[in-house]
Design a protein around this ligand. Structure first.
Ligand code: FAD
Length: 516
């Protein structure tokens, strides 16, 4: 009890002491702002505590919000999000894609480097694109007739040689090129010949046949007749050696019909510059191989119209059958390539019949024989098939009109049905011929007749004495008037019934081909 009273008295005493201390601190604070004497300057600005204790002092008013200044460290940079590999599924196809690309590359490389198949850039000529050639030689045959040698540039020549089968020349088709006249932007067709010029021993230029030597490939010769009002022929005649001429092609004007002998027998030897370079030809090949004889051909040429048949006779794979050429010219000076025409005759490749206007030896009906029958009917002759189709359609239309007029019920087949019938007819003919050829065709094409002659000249002389089968194909080529005279006017499609000299002798659209 006594202890409790003592503690309370001590507490009262310490409370009184702290009140007195607080009062003296306050008084000291108030007094510290007062000047110590009257001479002392009083600071003009109010003291920091004055507004707190002055008469106008406002109480503490807490702000509703305040900005807290923080000195914390910024957060660490964000880590890239982890993406598992499986989330890009296309990546899984990369190996397969690489394999496909690898195979494609291997196929291209094989085609380009090993198989020797031509890409379009390796071809010397393109039908849709003009290729520049240089005029490397010119020879005047007459004032109006010129031979023009054209040569490809070095790059063209090199790319062409990359391909195994670099030759344009194939005797089974007759083709031409388009020459551009750049000043007036017009084109005209000309028939290239597989020939070139070389320097002879006497220093003079010597015309030769392309003999398969690589360095001569790509060269060609044009036989160009100048017409006084002709745009392109006059331009070609005045272009000097060294100038550039642009060509495109080849454009095939005629394809000789397929014959089984072309498949089974070795290719016929190409014509050479000198008959002594040619070897005796095997005889009796068709009988030995048991295939139909090759077709014999008769060719009618007026002026420069001689070029297509010469192209074929001078090319690789020339026609195998006997070739008769009826050649009409204004006078003897206009006959080009006389030496070569003589070689063709001497080697039995062709027989020339000249018809010279100023010697009054015109071509007449008595120079022409009736057509012989085709040796092989199964060939794919698009022209024949088209003509048959048109004839049959016409016959059906006539029949339909006749029935309509006479009041009969009309049962006509649709054009498609007509077409099918014709195709079937053609297919049957082909199938028959193919099976016939197959059943009789021997295994290898090694037929060789015993050699009876010492030279090709001796052999050709013997052939000339033998009677020939009449020709089963006629080709006409020359100026429009000449073509009309020999074979009748062509219609707008370039066909039309065969008339003229050939028509008189029984030739028709199935065995006559007319070229411009
Ligand atoms: C597939 C084919 C191959 C050809 N091959 C050759 C060839 O190897 N060599 C060759 O010289 N020509 C050839 N020609 C003809 C040649 O294409 C031109 O028609 C000929 O050179 C005339 O052309 P141009 O521009 O000089 O005359 P254009 O300006 O076409 O004609 C002007 C005038 O020339 C005369 N003329 C034109 N052409 C003949 C003609 N054929 N016969 C008679 N008068 C004519 C006419 O009076 C005509 O009005 C071929 C034609 C074709 C369709």
């Amino acid at each position: 009890m006594f202890m409790l009273r003592l503690q309370s008295r001590q507490l009262q005493r310490s409370a009184a002491l702290s009140n007195r201390q607080l009062f003296s601190t306050r008084t000291a604070l108030f007094n510290s702002n007062k000047p110590k004497n009257s001479d002392e300057l009083v600071p003009s600005e109010p003291s920091s505590t004055a507004p707190l204790v002055g008469p106008d002092a406002k109480g503490y008013v807490p702000k509703l919000s305040y900005e807290r200044v923080s000195y914390e460290y910024p957060p660490p940079p964000k880590k890239p999000k982890f993406v598992p590999a499986e989330s890009k599924p296309w990546k899984r196809h990369i190996p397969a894609l690489a394999a496909v690309l690898g195979i494609a590359w291997a196929m291209y490389a094989y085609k380009y480097f090993l198989s020797g198949e031509k890409t379009s850039d390796e071809k010397l000529l393109k039908p849709d694109h003009f290729t520049p050639f240089k005029i490397t030689y010119k020879e005047d045959i007459t004032e109006d007739l010129q031979l023009i040698e054209l040569s490809p540039n070095y790059e063209q020549f090199r790319t062409m040689l990359k391909s195994k089968d670099n030759s344009l020349w194939n005797g089974k088709k007759l083709w031409s090129v388009e020459v551009k006249q750049p000043e007036i932007q017009v084109v005209r067709r000309y028939t290239p010949l597989p020939m070139y010029y070389m320097q002879g021993l006497d220093g003079k230029a010597l015309l030769r046949l392309l003999g398969g030597k690589e360095e001569d490939e790509g060269r060609m010769v044009l036989l160009v007749k100048k017409y006084n009002d002709g745009e392109v022929s006059r331009w070609l005649h005045r272009m000097p050696v060294g100038s550039t001429v642009e060509l495109r092609g080849p454009f095939v004007g005629h394809r000789f019909p397929y014959s089984p002998i072309d498949k089974t027998a070795p290719m016929r030897q190409t014509m050479e510059d000198l008959p002594s370079r040619m070897s005796v030809e095997p005889e009796g090949v068709s009988e030995a191989l048991n295939v139909p004889e090759p077709e014999n051909i008769v060719f009618f040429a007026g002026g420069t119209g001689i070029a297509p048949i010469l192209q074929s006779l001078f090319s690789k794979n020339p026609p195998r059958g006997h070739v008769d050429v009826h050649y009409s010219v204004a006078n003897r000076n206009e006959i080009p390539f006389k030496r070569f025409l003589l070689f063709l005759e001497k080697t039995g490749r062709a027989k020339f019949h000249y018809h010279i206007d100023n010697e009054n030896s015109f071509l007449t009906a008595k120079d022409i024989s009736a057509p012989g029958s085709m040796q092989y009917l199964g060939y794919r002759n698009e022209k024949l098939s088209k003509e048959l189709e048109e004839e049959k359609k016409l016959a059906q239309m006539m029949e339909q009109i006749r029935k309509e007029r006479s009041g009969e019920t009309v049962e006509s087949s649709t054009p498609q049905e007509v077409k099918h019938e014709i195709i079937d007819f053609e297919a049957t003919k082909q199938a028959e011929a193919v099976s016939e050829a197959k059943s009789s065709a021997p295994e290898p094409a090694t037929a060789k007749a015993p050699v009876k002659y010492r030279s090709v000249l001796e052999q050709a002389a013997a052939w000339a004495k033998q009677p020939q089968r009449p020709a089963s194909l006629a080709i006409v080529c020359g100026p429009p008037g000449y073509v009309d005279y020999v074979s009748g006017k062509r219609d707008l499609s370039g066909r039309g019934p065969v008339a003229g000299l050939l028509g008189q002798k029984g030739w028709d659209t199935t065995n006559v081909h007319r070229m411009e």
